[in-house]
Design a protein around this ligand. Sequence first.
Ligand SMILES: N[C@@H](CCC(=O)N[C@@H](CS)C(=O)NCC(=O)O)C(=O)O
Length: 228
Amino acid sequence: MKLYELVGKDKTQGFSPYVWRIRMALAHKGLDVEMVPLIFTEIAKLEACQAKTVPILEHDGAYITDSWDIACYLEDKFPGHPSLFGGDAGKAYANFFNFTSFYNLIIPLFQTLVFDIFEGLDDKDRDYFRSSREARLGKSLEEAHQNQDQNLRLFQKQLWPYNTTLKTQDFLGGTHPTYVDYILYGLFQWAKGVSALSLLQETDPLYDWRTRMDELHDGLGKVITVKS
Ligand SMILES: N[C@@H](CCC(=O)N[C@@H](CS)C(=O)NCC(=O)O)C(=O)O
């Protein structure tokens, strides 16, 4: 089984939030995987599949793209392993969270991190990233960077429901992590992988939750080192 991931200059620091949720999901299922690092401009050149984005899971000769489809594939193919969703209702909720987290969390965090992401890219990706992301933002990367504090505050304002929930339970999944926790954790791994910004206060329930998440699966998430 292979998982194609996204890296910049440092090929050991996979930084895609979508890949991180699948890395954690694979570990949750107890599955071994070979990681295949790609830079942005290598993804579309993969001849075996028509993917435009990572994660891509290669298994038994098939290529599965899109993190949600991969999570569902893992749940269906490995039913005897620990469940990612905890049943149909959990799966339906995780599907909903997949979209709400994109809208409420990924968008403001993308705007916060975009310049830091650019700075860490492999040189071959810089032109592609600048032109595609400036078109998406409607402004230059430098202009987006000038608003970093404001965007960070926007992101932090969205954290209230998670902080409040985690006052009374250890994980979004309850007593144990589920795929919803991995979706959220992927965002923090993304930020940690590209930026020295600190997103959380030590007093935030999310801070302790992130520490618990870091410890899961033999400390898998700790392969990402804190940037300075
Ligand atoms: N909906 C997709 C989104 C994946 C995605 O946007 N991946 C980014 C990396 S974080 C990517 O591969 N982008 C390639 C590009 O922009 O060229 C999923 O959940 O897998």
